[in-house]
Structure formats: structure tokens, C-alpha cells
Write a protein that binds this ligand. Structure first.
Ligand SMILES: Cc1ncc(C[n+]2csc(CCOP(=O)(O)OP(=O)(O)O)c2C)c(N)n1
Ligand SMILES: [Mg+2]
Length: 709
């Protein structure tokens, strides 16, 4: 009788959760804490090499997992989300496999630290370590979902299951909201009214830095209150029932297509930031004690008993069962196989193991049609045709659309990019396939990753490489590495086109090169065509392969008459890593690419008048590059110049020259010489620009020196 009364009293507070659900919540909360505890022991025994805990975040995380739909919604998480991962279906055993670095770790196959959640079966997208990169990727994923919801062409083209009303849940800490990417993500989620829920787990600290340093009035929900349309909910994240109610409301809001939601959940951090941190060094004991009184591992079972939902013995039975499961999991994980200690294993999944853009499948014959056209024209035509062929292809970036306000299209010609590379794409394929992004480069890259993960094929544009740097975090730590770090369970094959290079009086912020800052990153293909025909064939390969491709378009080459070509047809492709021998010669090899190809040809003409015949190799793709062609030519001429437009020091030529001296030393009759820009910036004044960037006479002098050495 008493029990029933207690249950009735509980009724309004259970948010529709049954006893079974409530006990499940408790089990998740307890299992999360105990898995942390077991992992901490493993770390102390040096059997795990890193540990970061989810302590104090279990209630909101378990509730979020229960409110969402595992395997149908998409999840972008952060390291405190152990209880969320458990709720989605990841087992303690799988978590401990990651802790010990086992090959069967489903998140990363031994590549990632523990607590970097990932599981393809649950659409739990592989997490990286930068604290805010997930926000923009989640937005990209939600953007893909919205396109699939509203546009049949996209929906039909994207492979895999689409549940119609799937949504994205993206989590982060209070400190992470200080990063610009959080604000960029929130902005786009609201502007595009995306089906996404942001969950901010606020434990008031970012390692030792308290929230008053990070957030105006110390409250992220107050700070974002003016964002529209954003459903804003605040909750005690230590109360699993209240958390469930709020998460359910937020997810239902996004699911119904009413736009994004943000849940601000107040959590605690009883275990310090990580095992490398001791919060007693910067937090008074009284503050920690006060917080610990809210610990859901203690308060929730007490409440379940007090409110008559369960008896002590039921709670105890859950604890015992979880303890046993975790102990077994730890024993099995400790016996689990490691990855093979081989180079092959270490390099596996840097690129797609299934689609090889260097293969002959990407070597197709041209079927020329029409008059010769410029490089910019053929890039445009290739995009137009690839979009027609594959509705997964979406083009976005700054100013790429013809006109965002589609009503204007009837009256105007359309913008189509500051160089016109994307002109007419929106008109031909619709505003959902070619559209303007916010003026924010990290936003473009992060969304590219998310769109590609959801199965679309973004071909994004960064207007100038000079402005790509805010996106470098996404490029370096996310775009390049998603496949590798997830053990090939997630990937983001996509293309980022950007303009590069000088000789246009563009001064320092419209003339930069910097390509080595990308070729140096594993996992990215870097394409750098020197003429219209190659631009077409290589762009098609970039779109049809399954790797991240940085496609560099030299502004100076866009409209030169000397590099024009008739359109080679809708199936024309050039494989990556195959140089073009653009001139044969016996005396010296010039290895080059981009704008220096034509300059090298001019230099070769002058050299020929002196009796020096230069052989010129156009690399066409600089990652991968055609070592075989370089070695063949270098062995033939025994004399090599590497010419590139970027700053000379630590540049592309350094790597090529180093490899030539390493592997072909005996074949050389002269030192390898580099021709490159001065180690300064590109100046506006024409004379200064001429001095700074490599010129024909520099090439002539270097080739003559090497040829006559
Ligand atoms: C971009 C970036 N900068 C710094 C770090 C190092 N770091 C890891 S966690 C963390 C604090 C994050 O605080 P918060 O977002 O509040 O999450 P919490 O750890 O409190 O749950 C920092 C500075 C990082 N991982 N990424
Ligand atoms: Mg925090």
C-alpha cells in the first residue's frame, strides 16, 4: 500500500519512464562509473596508457542515450560521454579494448585513445581530440539529413538507410563553447534550421579554468538566448529523469523539423579533469564536497528506493551484475590481440583501401568536343556534368551560388563564384545542390566532413588559399584522418577546391602558395593542374575517388590561352600520381607543377639556343607524386632542377631533392638545384613581385648551372 502511494507520488516525475527504464538508467550510470574505475586501475598498472573519465556526467548522458534512437540518429560526442556510448550499445568490453589498444576496438582498431567514442553500427561517429571540431561536422551531417528529407534526388543517390526523421545529437563541454567553431555551428544550425540537438555538459570547469573566464555571465544558455530559431532548455544534468524529459523534448523538436535545440545541462566533475590533473590544486575542498552531494551514482539509487521504484536488493543486484560484467570485460580485454607491429598495419586506411585513384580505372580516353576552352571553363563544365551524374555532389562555399535569393534568378545572370568556376551550377541543379555558405572557412571544412560522413559528396570551395587557415584544424585533425583513426569505419571522401598562387599582382593575401602545408599531412590527396585538360580530368578523378582531395587552382592559369583545351567528354579522367612529360631533353630535368610548367617551357626554349636540352616533368598531383617518372628522367639526364612557386625553404623541392639524393645519388652528375620564391611574402609592387616569385630567367640560370656543372 505504502509502495503504491510512493509510486503514485513519483508518477509526475518519471517523464513517462517505466520502472524498467528507470533501472536501465541506473544501470547505465553505474556501469559508466565502474568502467571508468576499472580503466583507472588499468592505467595505474600501465596496461592502459591514458584515461579520462565521464564521472559526474553520467545522468545526462544516459538520459540522452535513452531519449535518442541508437542506429538511426547520428551522434557526435566528446570524451565525457561514456554513459551515452553505453546507452547507444557500446559495451564495457569494447571500451576497454580501446583502453588497451586492441585491434578489435570497434572505435579505432587500436589507433585512438580511450574515450574517443566511435561505433559504425550505432552511427556514433569517430571522435577526435580537439574540443570543438565536432560541432561543425554535426551541422554538416544534419545539413545532409535535411537535404535528404526535402529532396528526392539526393535521398535516392545517398547509399544506406535513411530513416526520414533522423536527427543529430552533438555534445560538448562548457569550455568548448569558447571556440569559434561552436558559434559557427550554432549560427549555421539556426540559419538553416537544421535537425540537430546540441547538448552542453557544463561542469563549470575546463581543466582548471572556471566558466567565468569562458562565458559571459557564466551561463551559455543565457548567452545564446537571442539565437533564433533555437529551442533552449536548461536542466540539472545530475537528475536522470529531468534530463530525460528535456532531452526527449529537444530531440522531438529537431525530429519534427522545427529546427535546432540546445540543452544546457549542469553537471559535476568529481574525479578531476583526467588522471594528469588534481583539482585539489585549484578548487577548495568545500566546493568539491558541495558538488559531490549531487553525484548521481549516489543520489539516483537513493531516490529510486525512497520513491518506491525499487528495493535496495534490486539496486544491489544491478551493481553486482555490472561489477561482474566489467571484471569479465577487463580480463578479456587484457587478453585481446594487438594490431600487428608492422608498417603495413600502421599505414592501413590512410587512404581508401577500395578506391584507388592512382589505378588504371581512372585513366580514360578523351572524347574531345568543340573549340578549345580555358581552364576555368573546363572546371565549370566538369562540375556541371558531375553534378548531373551524381546527385550526392553538392557544391558550396562563399559566393559560389548564382543568387541565393532564387527569385532573382529570372532577372540576373548569376554570380557563380568570384572567378566564375561555379557559374550556372545552381541554375542547372537547384539551390540545394549549389549554395552559398556562411563567410567562415572552418565552417566550410567542418560541414564538408559531416556531409561526406552522411554519404553526400561535397565539393566545397575555399575562395582563396590565403584564407584557408581558420579551416586548418578541420583539415589537419579531422578531414585527413577520419578514415584512419576509425579503422576504416567512417570516412569523408570529398573535394575542397581553392585558388592558389601569384603572378597576378595580388599581393600577400591573394598570391600565397603554401601547398606543402597540405602535402605534409597524411590522408589528403593534393592536386595541382597546370592546364585546362588536366584540370578537367583530375577534377573528375577527385570527385569520383573516395579520399579527401585538396584541388588547387592557379588563378593565373585560369584564362591563359596557352593552356586551353576542347572539353574531353563526361568520362575523361586522369589518375593521380602520373606526371606528364611535357618536353623531352637529354641534359637536365626540370621537375615542376602549376604556373611554373609554362615558365619552364619558355626557359627550355632559351636553353635550347645555348645547346642545352631540358626535359620537363609536370607532376600534376603533388600528393601522391610520380616518383617513377622523376627517377626515370633523373637517371637519364643525371641533372635535376626542382621548380616551385612557394617559398624556397622547407618547401616542396626539399622533399624531392632529398629523395633524389637519397635514392639516385650514384646517377647524379650535379647537385639538385631548387628554383622557388624568396623566403618572404608576395609584394603588390610589380617589380617586387617579379623579384620575389620565380621567373623564366631564374629557371634558365639554374638549369644552365646544373647542366654545365
Ligand atoms: C582545441 C583544443 N584545445 C585544447 C585542448 C586540451 N583540452 C582538452 S579538454 C580541455 C578542457 C575542456 O573543457 P570543457 O569543454 O569544459 O569539457 P570538460 O573537460 O570540462 O568536460 C582542454 C583545454 C583540446 N583537446 N583541444
Ligand atoms: Mg567543463
Amino acid at each position: 500500500m505504502q509502495k503504491r502511494r510512493a509510486k503514485e507520488a513519483l508518477e509526475p516525475d518519471t517523464a513517462g519512464l517505466s520502472k524498467g527504464d528507470l533501472l536501465k538508467l541506473y544501470r547505465l550510470i553505474y556501469a559508466s562509473r565502474r568502467t571508468d574505475d576499472r580503466e583507472i586501475v588499468l592505467k595505474r598498472q600501465n596496461k592502459a596508457y591514458f584515461q579520462i573519465n565521464g564521472a559526474g556526467h553520467e545522468a545526462i548522458c544516459a538520459a540522452a542515450g535513452l531519449a535518442a534512437r541508437s542506429g538511426r540518429d547520428w551522434f557526435y560526442t566528446y570524451y565525457r560521454d561514456r554513459a551515452l556510448a553505453l546507452a547507444l550499445g557500446v559495451t564495457p568490453y569494447e571500451m576497454l579494448l580501446q583502453a588497451v589498444g586492441a585491434i578489435d576496438d570497434p572505435a579505432s582498431a587500436g589507433r585512438q585513445m580511450p574515450a574517443h567514442w566511435g561505433h559504425a553500427a550505432y552511427r556514433l561517429v569517430s571522435a577526435s581530440s580537439p574540443i570543438a571540431t565536432q560541432y561543425l561536422q554535426a551541422v554538416g551531417c544534419a545539413e545532409g539529413i535535411r537535404k535528404m528529407r526535402e529532396h528526392e534526388d539526393v535521398r535516392r543517390a545517398v547509399k544506406g538507410e535513411f530513416s526520414g526523421d533522423e536527427v543529430v545529437l552533438c555534445t560538448g563541454g562548457d569550455g568548448s563553447t569558447s571556440e569559434g567553431e561552436f558559434w559557427e555551428a550554432l549560427t549555421t544550425a539556426c540559419v538553416m534550421e537544421l535537425p540537430i540537438v546540441f547538448l552542453i555538459e557544463d561542469n563549470e570547469y575546463a581543466i582548471s579554468v572556471p566558466r567565468e573566464v569562458q562565458t559571459p555571465c557564466s551561463s551559455i544558455s543565457k548567452t545564446v538566448a537571442s539565437f533564433r530559431p533555437l529551442l533552449l532548455l536548461e536542466v540539472d544534468g545530475c537528475d536522470p529523469v529531468a534530463s530525460y524529459r528535456v532531452m526527449r523534448e529537444a530531440l522531438a523538436h529537431a525530429r519534427a523539423g522545427r529546427g535546432p535545440a540546445l540543452v544546457h545541462a549542469h553537471c559535476i566533475r568529481p574525479y578531476s579533469h583526467s588522471m594528469s590533473d588534481d583539482q585539489r590544486l585549484y578548487r577548495p575542498a568545500s566546493e568539491i564536497d558541495e558538488e559531490n552531494a549531487k553525484d548521481p551514482v549516489v543520489t539516483f539509487p537513493r531516490r529510486l528506493v525512497e520513491e518506491g521504484v525499487a528495493g535496495e536488493e534490486e539496486i544491489e543486484a544491478i551493481r553486482k551484475d555490472v561489477d561482474r560484467e566489467i571484471e569479465e570485460a577487463a580480463e578479456r580485454a587484457l587478453a585481446a590481440r594487438w594490431p600487428e607491429k608492422t608498417r603495413a598495419e600502421a599505414e592501413k586506411f590512410v587512404f581508401s583501401p577500395d578506391v584507388d585513384p592512382t589505378s588504371s580505372a581512372f585513366a580514360t580516353e578523351p572524347a574531345f568536343e568543340g573549340e578549345p576552352r580555358t581552364m576555368i571553363d573546363l572546371i565549370n563544365q566538369t562540375l556541371l556534368d558531375e553534378m548531373a551524374r551524381d546527385a550526392r555532389v553538392v557544391v558550396f562555399g562563399e559566393d559560389v551560388a548564382d543568387a541565393t535569393r532564387e527569385a532573382a534568378l529570372a532577372e540576373v545572370k548569376g554570380k557563380g563564384g568570384v572567378f566564375k568556376a561555379t557559374h550556372g551550377l545552381q541554375r542547372a541543379h537547384g539551390g540545394h545542390r549549389c549554395y552559398n555558405s556562411a563567410l567562415a572557412e572552418a565552417n566550410i571544412l567542418g560541414r564538408t566532413v559531416g556531409l561526406a560522413t552522411r554519404g553526400l559528396k561535397p565539393v566545397a570551395e575555399i575562395q582563396f588559399i590565403d584564407y584557408i587557415w581558420p579551416a586548418y584544424e578541420q583539415i589537419r585533425n579531422e578531414w585527413s584522418v577520419l578514415r584512419w583513426r576509425s579503422g576504416n569505419t567512417f570516412s569523408c571522401g570529398s573535394v575542397v577546391r581553392t585558388t592558389i598562387g601569384g603572378y597576378i599582382r595580388g599581393a600577400l593575401c591573394h598570391s600565397q602558395s603554401g601547398e606543402v602545408l597540405f602535402t605534409h599531412i597524411p590522408g589528403i590527396r593534393v592536386v595541382y593542374p597546370s592546364n585546362a585538360l588536366d584540370a578537367c580530368g583530375l577534377l573528375r578523378t577527385s570527385i569520383r575517388c573516395d579520399d579527401p582531395v585538396l584541388y588547387l587552382e592557379h588563378k593565373h592559369l585560369y584564362r591563359q590561352t596557352y593552356n586551353r583545351s576542347p572539353y574531353p567528354g563526361k568520362e575523361f579522367m586522369i589518375p593521380f600520381g602520373k606526371a606528364a612529360l611535357v618536353r623531352e631533353g637529354a641534359h637536365v630535368t626540370i621537375v615542376t607543377y602549376g604556373a611554373l610548367v609554362e615558365r619552364s617551357l619558355r626557359a627550355a626554349k632559351q636553353l635550347a639556343e645555348e645547346g642545352i636540352e631540358a626535359e620537363i616533368l609536370d607532376l600534376r598531383t603533388i600528393q601522391p607524386y610520380d616518383w617513377e617518372a622523376i627517377a626515370t628522367s633523373a637517371t637519364k639526364t643525371s641533372r635535376v632542377v626542382v621548380a616551385y612557386e612557394d617559398n624556397r625553404s622547407w618547401g616542396y623541392g626539399a622533399e624531392i631533392a632529398a629523395r633524389i639524393s637519397d635514392e639516385l645519388f650514384r646517377d647524379l652528375d650535379a647537385p639538385v638545384r631548387r628554383v622557388a620564391a624568396l623566403d618572404t611574402f608576395v609584394a603588390y609592387n610589380p617589380d617586387l613581385e617579379d623579384v620575389i616569385l620565380p621567373q623564366v630567367e631564374d629557371l634558365v640560370a639554374a638549369a644552365r648551372d646544373v647542366a654545365t656543372y
